[in-house]
Design a protein around this ligand. Structure first.
Ligand SMILES: NC(=O)c1ccc[n+]([C@@H]2O[C@H](COP(=O)([O-])OP(=O)(O)OC[C@H]3O[C@@H](n4cnc5c(N)ncnc54)[C@H](OP(=O)(O)O)[C@@H]3O)[C@@H](O)[C@H]2O)c1
Length: 262
């Protein structure tokens, strides 16, 4: 299937590893030209040959400056993938009914909502010019706020609302906005020694590997195993493809059946 992505200019945030890195590789394999944004570069990202721009997207003006740098090199942009997100569990958060202090809520919203809003604001004129596409990476926890910090679930729910509303507003100027919703996916967020699952395991006093093994079933993932980042990437590519002009405002769950709603 030709997704007609060859030659397209693509910007992927949170691209140094995990799902973002898989998305970068997938666009490059289709012949697109990719700029990858994250705070640090990695050997795996360098090996892809993608252009790298370093930016902290959770600080004021970080997204605007990053997009300006990208567009200064090439003012044309066809696809924006707002993937940067996640976070860690703040100290003491798991003992608190609200899962952390106001400062923790602000930090999580800055990364999981604010970064997408501000990056989109800065990139939108170029995307309008190209009649392009935006894909935002959400989480199943937005629709099932269990077992993760409330601020993370709430920020992703806000990202869903932002995406759906924006899809309606910019469809008329030719920009399509869609969301991909992963459930537990095999990245550092799950498997890393400092990742979210390792932190929760330490809090519960159980082994990281044991919690990781139980997580798919506990999350209702009927495959019994974590999702591969490549699977998320394929959904992103399809939704951003010019061959899908009617994909507007959709939210595609690649979740191994974790969300039990029709
Ligand atoms: N893995 C899962 O199970 C899962 C499930 C549902 C949804 N998601 C969502 O999928 C997306 C990708 O998650 P992942 O699992 O691939 O996470 P990951 O492996 O931790 O990678 C996160 C990426 O975001 C970048 N990043 C983090 N903070 C940043 C900041 N302030 N500014 C710029 N870049 C930043 C990281 O690079 P630097 O640290 O170098 O900046 C890295 O490239 C996130 O939005 C996450 O919420 C993941």
């Amino acid at each position: 299937m030709d997704l007609q992505l060859a030659g397209k200019r693509v910007l992927v945030t949170g691209a140094s590893k995990g799902i973002g890195l898989a998305i970068v590789r997938a666009y490059l394999a289709e012949g697109a030209s990719v700029t990858a944004v994250s705070r640090r570069r990695t050997g795996e990202l360098d090996a892809t040959g993608a252009t790298f721009v370093s930016a902290d997207l959770s600080v004021p003006d970080g997204p605007r400056r990053a997009v300006e740098t990208v567009l200064a090199a090439d003012p044309r942009l066809d696809v924006l993938v707002n993937n940067a997100g996640g976070g860690t569990v703040p100290d003491g958060a798991l003992e608190d009914s609200l899962d952390g202090a106001d400062v923790d809520w602000a930090a999580t919203f800055a990364l999981n909502l604010g970064a997408a809003v501000e990056t989109t604001r800065a990139a939108l004129p170029a995307l309008v010019e190209a009649r392009g596409a935006i894909v935002n990476i959400s989480s199943d926890t937005a629709r099932r706020p269990l077992g993760v910090p409330l601020h993370y679930a709430a920020a992703k729910a806000a990202l869903n609302a932002f995406s759906r509303g924006l899809a309606e507003k910019v469809a008329g100027v030719g920009v399509r906005v869609n969301v991909v919703t992963p459930s537990g996916t095999r990245t550092d967020l799950m498997e890393g020694a400092d990742g979210y699952v390792a932190q929760v395991a330490a809090h519960l006093g159980i082994g990281h590997a044991d919690l990781l093994a139980a997580l798919p079933a506990q999350s209702g993932m009927v495959t019994g195993r974590l999702i591969e980042p490549d699977e998320i990437a394929r959904a992103v590519l399809l939704l951003s493809s010019p061959t899908m002009p009617s994909a507007i405002g959709s939210n595609w769950a690649v979740d191994a059946g974790a969300l039990k709603t029709a």
